[in-house]
Design a protein around this ligand. Structure first.
Ligand SMILES: [Zn+2]
Length: 260
C-alpha cells in the first residue's frame, strides 16, 4: 500500500487523452457537501480501520495494489443524510465510481458505520472502467466491480452487491469481532444484516452447484467463489462466464446478467 498511487479507474476506453481524463476525475469528488460533518478522531479511527481491513482482503486478489481512498473523498453526513442528498436514491451510503468518492451516514452505531464505510470503499476499490467517446464527451461507466453498463442498461448489479456484502460479512466476523476498537457488548448485540441475505445464500448455493458439476476442475466450492470474486475485484469475468456457459448452456451467462 505505502507509496502506491493507484487510480480509482483501471481502464479508460475511447479516443481521448487518458492521462488528462484521469487527472481531471481525480480532482473531483473532494468538495465538502453542505451538510457534511467534520470527521471526529473516532470517525477517523474507524475509517482507517475499515480501509486497512478492506485492503488486506483485496491485496489477496489485486497483486498490483489497491486504490487508496483519500480522506477528502470520504464524506460523512448525519443520519438519513445520504437519502436526502441523493433524493431518495440511496440509503445509508453511496459511492461514485467516476469520482472515486463516497458518502456515508454517520450511523450512531460504530459497527454499522464501519461496515457501511467498508461497503462503499469496496465499490471504489473494485475494478472500474469508463468510456469517454472523445475529448468533448462526458465519461460514462462501463464496468464497476461485477456490474456491466451498456446502452441496454446495467447488468449483474446484484452479483456485484452480493460479493460486496459477502466481504462485509467477513469484515464483521473476522475483523470487527476481533478488534478492541469496538465495545464487546455492541458486538454481541449486533447481527450482521444485509438487504440481500437471500442472495448471499444463493451465492453459496450456485458456487456449490458449479463445483459439484465441475469437480475435475476445482478443489472446492471456495475455488469457484474465487472466480466470482476475481471478476468483481479485477474485472476478469471471462473465466466465470465460461464456467457458467459450460455448465448451464449457451446464453446462460447473459440471462443471469439480466436477472441478477
Ligand atoms: Zn453497494
Amino acid at each position: 500500500m505505502e507509496g502506491n498511487k493507484k487510480s480509482h479507474i483501471d481502464k479508460i476506453v475511447g479516443n481521448v487523452d487518458k492521462k488528462g481524463v484521469l487527472s481531471y476525475l481525480e480532482k473531483l469528488g473532494k468538495n465538502k457537501l453542505e451538510n457534511e460533518l467534520e470527521k471526529t478522531e473516532r470517525d477517523q479511527e474507524l475509517i482507517d480501520f475499515s480501509q486497512k481491513s478492506l485492503d488486506e482482503y483485496l491485496l489477496d486478489y489485486r497483486k498490483d495494489g489497491v486504490y487508496e481512498v483519500l480522506n477528502e473523498k470520504i464524506h460523512i453526513v448525519p443520519a438519513e443524510g445520504v437519502f436526502e442528498f441523493t433524493d431518495g436514491w440511496f440509503k445509508g451510503g453511496s459511492a461514485s465510481s467516476l469520482y472515486g468518492s463516497c458518502l456515508v451516514d454517520r450511523n450512531s452505531s460504530d459497527i454499522i458505520f464501519s461496515i457501511r464505510l467498508f461497503h462503499e470503499m469496496f465499490h471504489l476499490k473494485s475494478f472500474t472502467s469508463i468510456h469517454v467517446r472523445d475529448n468533448n464527451s462526458s465519461p460514462v461507466n462501463r464496468r464497476s466491480g461485477f456490474s456491466i453498463y451498456n446502452k441496454k442498461g446495467e447488468f449483474f448489479e446484484l452479483v456485484d452487491e452480493t460479493i460486496n456484502d459477502y466481504f462485509c460479512k467477513k469484515f464483521f466476523e473476522e475483523k470487527i469481532k476481533n478488534s478492541n476498537l469496538f465495545d464487546k457488548e455492541d458486538i454481541e448485540k449486533y447481527n450482521f444484516d444485509s438487504p440481500r441475505f437471500q442472495l448471499l445464500e444463493k451465492f453459496e448455493e450456485i458456487s456449490e452447484d458449479l463445483y459439484q458439476k465441475n469437480k475435475n476442475d476445482f478443489i472446492s466450492k471456495e475455488d469457484v467463489k474465487k472466480l466470482f470474486i476475481d471478476g468483481d475485484i479485477n474485472g476478469n469475468i471471462l473465466p466465470i462466464a465460461r464456467l457458467i456457459e459450460k455448465t448451464y448452456g449457451k446464453g446462460s451467462f447473459r440471462i443471469a446478467g439480466k436477472k441478477y
